[in-house]
Design a protein around this ligand. Structure first.
Ligand SMILES: [Zn+2]
Length: 727
């Protein structure tokens, strides 16, 4: 599963980004609000602040060498001001509303604000620092108020409603009609039809919401440092590789603990180091640091979680809904909370049964290894690794030697997309980037047409949020003449200088996944910025990325990239078979920890506005029990206090979306294999019907255009090893 984030803020929006699991938080892809050109900013500021003018670099790629942190706030302030002036001019236009003078004008408005938002929110996620965090906190309530000032403007809404009512008589093309519908729905959902008194209440809730979600994220960022586990001796690290131990020693030194070792905590409950550490006490310390994070002191997120759930319920009630989940799902493919509970609930029995079998095998392994204790969450992965080896005889470190980073990227990911879509990635070392580890590429189509700029930011570093995601610095639009500038961000541990970076197979699939999102942005071929690329419903947005994951295991692809980093020998067939066989291993645990989190998210957002503030720990335990997913050894992938998807904003009542998207992805991949697999015809069909259309038509319509029918869940169940064949 992968995650994504989409944060919409506003009518104009902050758009989003998509990402991967184990990652997570919300990224904002910013966006659309655009501006007309008459914005003549104050002269002296314009001359010194590079954000005030369009970048002269190709496709308006930001000139990172010129942008300084002190440029952001003035650009945001001027951007909001210009945008508001433009919106007011549109709203108070004495001419009757036309598609051109209202919607096209809105699409062109907010140019400066869009530009600064995209640059800033990208850097705040991938390359943060104290100054940027401060700016972010200061901006949160201002941006929320700015959105409300647009979305709750009665004159503007009257014009949009007028166009909406006559949309089928205006003789517009289908994308333009879709744009009217998207705007109308957005305004209604933001509260445009409410009374003035209700609007005032909504504004107050929105402002509080923006502050709380921002505080929630900042607490987690602070926690990353607070909860890192400091280890005194090298002996305790038994099980880690030499380069991991060196990295832990370096990290400790950087943090002021020279001579010791620092294990940082990644953002899911489960921690990668737990699969390797033989010292049970240390495993417990690592697990507890993770699972109990943000539950004490100044960074206690529990009061925020309780209030956020309540606040969202209050907001939903004002808008006429029973709860936040009902409100949120109406705009998704799923449509209702019941559809989500049904989808997840139908899988619980099979998944729990699989997980219990896995737990029994692990308990047996503990016994075999001389242990006399009951399986605890911090034991699962360590002993699962022995079960895996016994069952599949697979050594992850041996496997990694065939997955050297550069080869995976060029001979795996780029190779696949060349075969499917005819595209090529050309390095552009001349373009400035925001960090030395980031590489710039230009994307070319099969006929040599230049399509986009792509930044590859794959390695972990301080100041980067955990996880993996995709975002845009510039969105595509034929209306504004802009081509996409897209980034992929991951947290692959980088090998020490002079050594090759070897990646896990999991990271290999994430590289395919994130560039799948990347292509969704870079193949976008629509007129209006609001409808471009990944601006689709969040239970659809993970489909294009998840679809690309399985190519990593396609025989032709793997033969091209899985070669030994020293000898260049292809991965032995037997070892490869083991890797593939082992993919169904631990699927009960993986699926259950995801589903538990998805159910927890749904329960938080099923509360009604009349209910009191909840005790977070008690609520969490009751929610898991209610759905029969409260297995002690398998906690949810995220607990409420660090569940950024759910509480941070972007994926509230939306974490289920990964599985929803995976149904589409598995069905699509299986269909393409029936059609001959890795070939241009398949790539063209997929690109034309799914990747290039953005949100310019309803998602199911796009899916049926590509596939010829709606998806079924068969391929998903087979993909996860929960079923062996189609009925
Ligand atoms: Zn994703």
């Amino acid at each position: 599963m992968r995650k994504t984030l989409i944060a919409t803020a506003v009518g104009t929006v902050l758009a989003l980004t998509a990402c991967s699991d184990n990652t997570a938080p919300q990224q904002t892809d910013t966006t659309q609000t655009q501006t007309q050109q008459d914005a003549a900013p104050v002269a002296d500021v314009t001359t010194t602040n590079p954000l005030f003018v369009k970048s002269m670099l190709q496709y308006e790629a930001p000139n990172f060498t010129e942008i300084k942190d002190e440029h952001f706030l003035p650009a945001f302030e001027e951007g909001m001001k210009q945008h508001m002036t433009e919106v007011q001019a549109i709203a108070s236009n004495p001419e009757p509303a036309t598609f051109e003078n209202t919607l096209v004008a809105l699409e062109k408005s907010g140019e400066l604000l869009t530009r600064v938002s995209r640059v800033f929110y990208n850097l705040a996620g991938s390359d943060s620092n104290p100054e940027r965090r401060k700016i972010q906190s200061e901006l949160a309530p201002k941006m929320a108020a700015h959105s409300d000032n647009i979305n709750l403007n009665p004159q503007l809404f009257a014009r949009i409603k007028n166009l909406y009512q006559q949309r089928n008589e205006l003789k517009l093309d289908s994308e333009s009609v879709r744009l009217i519908e998207v705007y109308y729905e957005r305004f209604v959902r933001a509260g445009a039809q409410l009374t003035e008194e209700q609007k005032t209440a909504i504004r107050a809730l929105n402002e509080e919401h923006s502050k709380l979600t921002n505080q929630f994220s900042q607490n987690l960022l602070a926690e990353t440092k607070n909860i890192a586990v400091i280890v005194d001796t090298k002996e305790e690290l038994d099980g880690l590789s030499d380069s991991q131990i060196t990295a832990a020693a370096n990290a400790a030194k950087e943090a002021g603990h020279e001579g010791k070792y620092l294990l940082s905590i990644t953002n899911t409950t489960r921690q990668p180091a737990l699969a390797q550490l033989s010292n049970r006490e240390l495993r417990k310390r690592v697990w507890e640091a993770s699972a109990n994070r943000a539950q004490s002191g100044e960074t206690d997120n529990r009061p925020l979680v309780a209030r956020l759930a309540q606040l969202r319920a209050e907001r939903a009630k004002l808008l006429g809904y029973d709860n936040w989940a009902s409100y949120g799902l109406e705009a998704q493919m799923a449509k209702t909370p019941q559809a989500v509970f049904d989808m997840l609930g139908s899988m619980v029995p099979a998944v729990v049964a699989n997980t219990n079998q896995e737990a029994a095998a692990i308990q047996e392994m503990i016994k075999q290894k001389g242990g006399d204790f009951e399986l605890q969450p911090w034991d699962w992965e360590y002993y699962a690794e022995f079960v895996r080896q016994a069952k599949f005889d697979l050594d992850e470190n041996e496997v990694k030697q065939y997955f050297e980073f550069n080869r995976v990227l060029k001979d795996g990911v780029f190779f696949t997309f060349n075969r499917l879509y005819g595209i090529t990635f050309k390095p552009r070392p001349d373009l400035p980037t925001y960090h030395p580890d980031v590489d710039a590429y230009e994307l070319f189509d099969a006929d040599g047409t230049s399509l986009a700029i792509f930044y590859a930011d794959y390695f972990a570093r301080e100041g980067k949020r955990g996880g993996a995601w995709m975002s845009s610095f510039v969105g595509q639009s034929h209306l504004t003449g802009q081509k996409p500038v897209v980034v992929n961000v991951m947290n692959i541990p980088k090998a020490p200088q002079g050594q090759p970076t070897l990646v896990s197979y999991d990271n290999v699939t994430t590289m395919f996944h994130e560039l799948g999102h990347g292509l969704h942005g870079m193949f976008s071929d629509v007129k209006y910025p609001t409808l471009a690329g990944t601006s689709v419903s969040r239970d659809f947005v993970e489909f294009p990325s998840t679809f690309e994951e399985d190519w990593a295991a396609h025989p032709e692809v793997i033969a091209n990239y899985a070669k030994h980093y020293e000898t260049g020998e292809p991965i032995p067939a037997e070892l490869l078979q083991k890797v593939m066989n082992s993919r169904s291993f631990n699927q009960g645990f993986d699926t259950l920890e995801y589903m538990s989190a998805a159910l927890l998210d749904m329960e938080w957002h099923s509360l009604s506005a009349d209910e009191p503030l909840q005790d977070v720990n008690a609520f969490e335990a009751a929610a898991l029990k209610k759905h029969g997913v409260d297995l002690a050894a398998v906690p949810p992938r995220y607990k409420s206090t660090f569940f950024s998807h759910s509480m941070g904003g972007g994926y509230s009542a939306g974490y289920y979306a990964y599985m929803w998207s995976e149904i589409l992805a598995a069905d699509a991949y299986a269909y393409v294999q029936q059609q001959g697999g890795l070939k241009l015809e398949n790539g063209q069909n997929y690109r034309k019907n799914i990747l290039s259309v953005g949100n310019s038509r309803p998602p199911m319509e796009s899916y049926k255009a590509f596939r010829g029918q709606e998806p079924t869940t068969d391929a998903l169940l087979i993909r996860r090893g929960l079923k062996t064949k189609v009925d």
